[in-house]
Ligand binder design. Structure first.
Ligand code: SF4
Length: 455
């Protein structure tokens, strides 16, 4: 066993943590449901967002050119990066040209994807992640385990220990307000000392050349208000055509991500602030290849809300690190194998095909259909592994022959009938407790049915 199954087995071995992780994310899913149900126009918003994104992707070249022209006319400098290495070189070049070695960074999954932090650190730049969750995982030398809640896999006590060890706070802290105060004091020093601020981009508006960054902590604003240099990094898919399209996405994003009506800060940057510089780094890194793939290009509509992770029974029970990928969960299980099929071949199989991810996706990506399609592609390309290929070949052959299915089902039934009842009760009982269903009876199915019929 390797890939996702092996890593998931390691996570689920700690039953208490797996259960708590599952329950924490389910609470977020429930909050999202309440927020969505409070808006009668929710489904219309989703449909509208999906159409805007589909239209933008169909005319991406046009909108990218329009965005570059508008941003440049507002005084921003636009840079184009073909891949992760070019992206990192551009960011480092901007800092090195100005002799800057202290950078504060707000959340950007793109820079995680490009491996920017280690690239800059190796060249003498001190990079401080200023999103609280990101700073926590950075202090632990770990990547984020979730795209919205980077430290969701950690308990408060573990964060208290980390802060005591790394930041010198009092021992045994686990009160969230006290922990936040420690982080705030620590980050404030870095905001004040920073020479440059780097942000991600949630939305880039082609019509105005402006960018929009959504945070709950205001760290993007703090990180860009003081230093003279603001670098914003975005994938080519972040574009929307016009400013009137923005409210559609802003209303969907926070509700889908955390169940809030809106993020605490929705910051608009239209050109550099007086006396400062704004540099926009627009990155491809495999996205145009995905754009050319008509079967999968819809995944480029993703607005990185994380809702598909919060609802996914596999993600909730196996944790973000089991995906060994920058973007975990259902959307990551498509994006990552699209980028590197050999390395991430097990991910599309980390899915129950329940369809819950597609149900919640605010831009209506048909995630479970995409995952299913990817399985076939990986098998055909020889990336699925011998055992899985054999299993799928046998399964496929069976599904084409209804009589064979009936024979196998009859055989399985007769075996199950004679299995010791306590085996079934033990196996099924564990599962029942997980799902809060009634326990299986401690008798065989056959005797239980006979008993019920006799009632
Ligand atoms: S695929 Fe949809 S649900 Fe998942 S992160 Fe992207 S926008 Fe959110």
């Amino acid at each position: 066993m390797n890939g996702h199954p092996a890593a998931a087995a390691r996570f689920t071995a700690n039953e208490a943590r797996a259960r708590w992780h599952d329950e924490s994310l389910w609470l977020v899913r429930e909050k999202r449901d309440r927020a969505a149900h409070a808006l009668p126009e929710w489904e219309a918003l989703r449909a509208c967002a999906a159409e805007i994104k589909a239209h933008t992707l169909d005319h991406l070249g046009h909108y990218l050119a329009q965005f570059e022209a508008a941003a440049t006319s507002r005084g921003a400098r636009v840079h184009w990066a073909r891949d992760a290495d070019e992206h990192n070189q551009i960011v480092h070049g901007l800092l090195a040209e100005r002799g800057m070695t202290r950078l504060v960074k707000s959340k950007s999954m793109l820079t995680e994807e490009c491996g920017l932090n280690p690239f800059l650190t190796a060249r003498g730049v001190a990079v401080i992640d200023t999103d609280l969750g990101e700073r926590i995982v950075q202090l632990r030398h770990e990547p984020p385990s979730h795209i919205v809640f980077p430290a969701i896999h950690l308990k408060r006590g573990e964060i208290g220990e980390l802060f005591h060890r790394e930041l010198g706070s009092a021992e045994g802290l686990d009160d969230p307000t006290a922990l936040t105060a420690v982080a705030r004091a620590h980050l404030r020093e870095h905001f004040l000392a920073a020479q440059a601020g780097l942000t991600g981009v949630n939305f880039a508006i082609a019509q105005t050349g402006g960018i929009v960054v959504c945070t709950n902590e205001g760290n993007a604003d703090l990180g860009t208000a003081l230093p003279p240099l603001h670098i914003a990094c975005m994938g080519i898919e972040k574009l929307i055509p016009r400013v009137e399209h923005l409210p559609v996405f802003v209303r969907l994003l926070a509700r889908s991500a955390t169940g809030q009506a809106i993020t605490a800060y929705t910051s608009h940057f239209h050109g550099p602030r007086p006396g400062g510089e704004l540099h926009l780094v627009i990155v491809d890194n495999g996205r145009s290849r995905l754009l050319a793939d008509r079967a999968h290009r819809r995944v480029l509509s993703c607005i990185r809300c994380g809702a598909c992770m919060n609802t996914c029974p596999v993600y909730r029970r196996s944790g973000g690190y089991s995906y060994a990928a920058t973007i975990p969960g259902p959307i990551g299980s498509i994006l990552e194998p699209a980028r590197d099929p050999a390395r991430h071949a097990t991910l599309p199989f980390a899915c129950s095909l329940c369809g819950s991810c597609s149900e919640v996706c605010p831009v209506q990506i048909d995630l479970h259909h995409q995952l299913l399609a990817f399985r076939g592609e990986l098998v055909r390309a020889g990336h699925a592994g011998r055992a899985r290929r054999a299993l799928l070949t046998v399964g496929g052959a069976l599904l084409r022959r209804p009589t064979a299915i009936a024979v196998v089902a009859a055989f399985a039934r007769s075996v199950a009938r004679w299995l010791p009842a306590r085996w079934l009760a033990r196996a099924g009982g564990g599962w029942s407790r997980e799902r809060e269903l009634p326990e299986l009876p401690p008798a065989s199915f056959r005797s239980e049915w006979s008993r019920r019929r006799a009632r």
